[in-house]
Design a protein around this ligand. Structure first.
Ligand code: IMP
Length: 430
């Protein structure tokens, strides 16, 4: 079966970029299919650190074609900076990068709207990355004010921008977010120059991918964000605006589910969340701060400190089922090594009733009381461990319990940011 997917099982930042980078040598094509510059994938190779936002992590492996499909929203200046920075670090970026002409484009009005709309929930802020992602997806669904990458190369581009800017100025000035009107001429000038630079990468990607699967090529689908941030199935409204769980793969890429053979769910040995929304196992104390410091839990895109807490097996099991995973990749196990005691949330209690079901409404999720199982820490540095059997017994017990509670085997364990600090077992063994 040609397609393998890597999907986050929590609220994003599960270190998917590292895993995709490690797996790419087994694949011919790597596909990014949802999200945009809100994502931040950090990949460490030797003494070099690469920070990627739109470009698939496969770009770091020679001979791999990297495809950004219609489900992604592209911010032209950001992706150009990304390409420039990769090239400056000696990475080849040319015919190995394809950007769908159907992908929608983030414009300055989307970023302006993101700033005002984030407060519009009437309660806690969503705490978006302020990258204009939600407003761009909103315009895509609304259609009248949307511009796709391919549209930027057409003769009526300037006219479309003028038409949209006229409407957006009324909206932005009307809601008091903008003192000065957006200047359509300046935006056309700036974005036309981006379009000229991006043109070599713009392509029709849907036929390319269908040809690839039909001719037996191996594809790796790289999810951004995490399943619990999925617009339809996550902790709405504290979610992102795309299908960040496994359900988004086909819609975003155009590759039917029949071509997907394997789904790898990625989770950290603990939980993090950025932005607002309920987080049952959050640790608002010294232990949470310890995890944040040890795991360097600060956002790749925004630099915001991430909220930290214990592993939530109720949430991960829900995400694992939703994304149809075959196995788990458990990340950041080195961080847990330094704690005296570690907990896993095995169930929720709500109104005195115990449940292992993840609630559909945020207000209910806010009310749950996590039921914990406590494990003794292993307090051994595991960053040098390269063989699964050499992990301390207490660490293996913890991993076994994660498998049991989520209902899928842990087949990849990561003990540090470097490529070498990863162990593959079971069906993922190399
Ligand atoms: P947006 O995607 O910028 O609209 O943000 C919506 C919510 O998703 C916010 O809580 C963000 O912090 C969160 N979010 C978006 N992208 C990521 C990511 O890559 N990692 C973790 N959280 C994210």
């Amino acid at each position: 079966m040609p397609g393998t997917c890597v999907i986050g099982l929590q609220w994003g930042d599960e270190a998917k970029g590292k895993l995709v980078d490690l797996l790419t040598s087994r694949f011919e094509v790597v596909v990014r299919y949802q999200g945009g510059a809100n994502a931040g994938h950090t990949v460490v190779v030797g003494d070099k650190t690469y920070k990627l936002h739109h470009v698939p992590s496969g770009i770091l492996t020679r001979g791999v074609v990297n495809v950004v499909t219609p489900g992604v929203v592209i911010n032209p200046p950001t992706i150009l900076r990304e390409i420039d920075s990769l090239m400056a670090q000696g990475v080849e970026v040319g015919s190995n990068l394809m950007l769908s002409d159907r992908a929608h484009v983030v414009f300055p009005w989307h970023i302006a709207e993101d700033k005002v709309m984030d407060q519009a929930t009437g309660g806690e802020n969503i705490g978006t990355t302020l990258r204009g992602i939600g407003p761009c997806y909103r315009d895509k669904v609304g259609r009248a004010h949307a511009i796709r990458l391919g549209d930027m190369l057409r003769p009526d581009f300037a006219q479309r921008v003028e038409h949209i800017v006229a409407a957006k100025n009324k909206l932005l000035i009307g809601i008091g977010s903008q003192a000065e009107a957006l200047d359509a001429v300046a935006i056309v000038d700036e974005y036309s120059s981006y379009a000229r630079r991006l043109k070599p990468y713009v392509a029709e990607t849907t036929h390319f991918l269908l040809d690839a699967v039909e001719t037996g090529k191996n594809l790796l689908f790289e999810g951004a964000q995490g399943s619990l941030l999925d617009i339809d199935h996550g902790t709405f409204p504290y979610v992102t605006s795309s299908n960040a769980s496994g359900v988004g793969v086909s819609g975003g890429s155009g590759v039917p589910g029949r071509w997907i053979g394997k789904v790898i769910g990625v989770a950290k040995g603990y939980t993090t969340r950025v932005g607002g929304g309920p987080f049952p196992t959050e640790l608002d104390d010294a232990v949470g701060q310890r995890i944040r410091d040890l795991g360097r839990e600060y956002g790749t895109t925004t630099g915001r400190p991430r909220r930290c807490g214990w592993f939530d097996a109720v949430a991960v099991r829900y995400a694992a089922r939703l994304s149809g995973i075959d196995c788990i990749s458990l990340m950041m196990m080195d961080v847990l090594s330094q704690l005296d005691e570690i907990r896993i949330c095995t169930a929720y209690e709500i109104d005195g009733q115990r449940t292992d079901r993840f609630p559909s409404h945020c207000d209910d999720l806010r009310r749950v009381k996590p039921v914990y199982e406590t494990f003794a820490g292993w307090q051994t540095d595991v960053t040098g461990v390269r063989v699964y059997g050499d992990l301390p017994e207490a660490a293996r017990r913890y991993i076994d319990r994660v498998s049991e509670l989520v209902g899928k085997p842990v087949e990849i364990v990561s003990v540090g940011p470097d490529r070498a600090q990863t162990m593959f077992t079971g069906s993922m063994a190399v």
